[in-house]
Design a protein around this ligand. Structure first.
Ligand SMILES: NC(=O)c1ccc[n+]([C@@H]2O[C@H](COP(=O)([O-])OP(=O)(O)OC[C@H]3O[C@@H](n4cnc5c(N)ncnc54)[C@H](O)[C@@H]3O)[C@@H](O)[C@H]2O)c1
Length: 389
């Protein structure tokens, strides 16, 4: 079972990045990821997602005498070189840099990490630490899952999206010509280490990717997050305590959902709210101009339209209030509604070509429903394009 025993988020403006020593303490711990950091001294906190069930006991014992394999996003390394080197000194680290971008979630990049891992000292307890956004986390996580049937994995998310979503829950993977995330495995990190100081260099468009996932949590679980997300979306109203609260609430929701349904046979599907519409839009766009967060933002507007049409009382006003912040221009796709609906039927979450949508009956009340009324979906797209134009 997954547990979220404590959640403390570091504030890099005041405190340091998680110390290398802290990681050593964690690895020494018989249960893998017990947080031994004394927060009262001002040391950075660690958010822990603990999974003890299927981590073989032998890998939980004894720190590795091999260097850490550090897989880091190249942009993050450039922007935070000193901080990273402080925690991961060259003499005890082997560093693998991941070129930024979704293209890095490829078989070739995964293979390069495997080659790199085996080109130096490696044991089954050699830790692999992923430092970056969802791309690095998914790629490095899948490499960790594959090498010797699983190296101890530590996720250090550096985008808001990774902090509130992708670093938690154990989904790892890469893309294939057959589709996004079509190769991968469920593999939980020993710990997720938060340091919001990384976010100081995150571009606004990437912020909004994370905000979309926070808005999603607002609709499916915690209405207060809708208001809070709006406060974080705008750089002018962003503040530290709000940021920490939003991350903590979001992580808790994701961890709770995943704890109940690790392999997505039920509740975990709720996390796809807005995503079936969104994935179709990303595919139609060939992943060029619209990023994932923007597609999910539009997708939630469409899913709420369907929810309302089916008689549920839920407004899209909190989303539309952020229209200027997102500045989405979807005009190029407004003529492709038929194709978008076809793409939705091909979503890998569907069963028997029936479109399975996450709808909300009210705030915090999601459910999955099969929709076979194509006209309703077309109307939803039309409404979304008209509203956002
Ligand atoms: N595993 C899961 O459960 C899960 C969930 C949601 C999304 N995902 C995956 O996550 C990926 C998207 O993740 P993402 O949005 O974090 O994108 P990303 O990893 O591509 O990062 C976005 C951009 O921000 C840069 N960056 C990262 N951290 C930075 C920082 N601190 N300062 C400056 N620049 C920084 C990166 O170099 C990149 O250019 C997708 O591949 C998606 O499929 C996985």
């Amino acid at each position: 079972m997954l547990r979220l025993p404590s959640l403390k988020i570091t504030d890099a403006l005041e405190s340091r990045f998680l110390l290398f020593d802290d990681l050593k303490v964690m690895w020494r711990d018989a249960h893998g990821i017990t947080n031994n950091t004394d927060h009262s001294t001002g040391d950075p906190g660690i958010a822990e997602i603990e999974k003890t069930d299927d981590i073989p006991a032998d890998r939980n014992h004894a720190p590795s005498d091999t260097p850490v394999i550090l897989v880091v996003d190249a942009n993050v390394r450039d922007a935070h070189r000193e901080k990273i080197e402080q925690v991961f000194p060259a003499e005890s680290t082997r560093l693998f840099e991941v070129p930024p971008g979704e293209e890095s979630k490829s078989v070739a990049a995964w293979n390069r990490i495997i080659d790199f891992a085996f080109s130096g000292p490696l044991r089954r307890n050699t830790p692999l630490v992923a430092v970056g956004g969802g791309v690095t986390g998914d790629l490095a996580g899948f490499a960790a899952a594959s090498i010797m049937r699983g190296l101890p994995l530590y996720q250090v998310p550096t985008t808001l999206l990774a902090m509130v979503d992708s670093a938690i829950g154990g989904k790892t993977g890469i893309n294939h010509a057959f589709g996004k995330n079509t190769i991968g495995s469920f593999y939980h990190p020993r710990a997720v280490l938060f340091d919001t100081g990384f976010l100081t260099t995150l571009p606004q468009r990437e912020w909004l990717c994370g905000i979309s996932e926070v808005l999603k949590y607002g609709y499916i679980a915690d209405r207060q997050l809708l208001e809070q997300a709006a406060g974080l979306a705008d750089p002018a109203s962003r503040n530290r305590s709000l940021l920490h609260d939003v991350i903590e609430r979001s992580v808790r929701i994701k961890a709770e959902v995943v704890a109940e349904d690790a392999r997505e046979s039920g509740k975990r599907a709720w996390l796809n709210f807005g995503h079936t519409f969104g994935h179709a839009l990303e595919t139609q766009d060939n992943y060029r101009n619209i990023n994932h967060g923007e597609a999910v933002y539009a997708g939630m507007i469409a899913a709420l339209f369907v929810s309302r049409k089916l008689g549920f009382n839920v407004s899209d006003e909190p989303l539309l209030a952020l229209k200027k912040t997102y500045q989405l221009n979807l005009n190029a796709h407004a003529g492709s509604i038929d194709r978008l609906v076809t793409l939705m039927t091909q979503d890998k979450k569907n069963r028997d070509n029936n479109i399975r949508l996450v709808l909300v009956e009210g705030y915090g009340q999601p459910h999955v429903q099969t929709i076979d009324d194509r006209n309703l979906l077309k109307e939803a797209w039309k409404y979304t394009f008209d509203t956002l134009s």
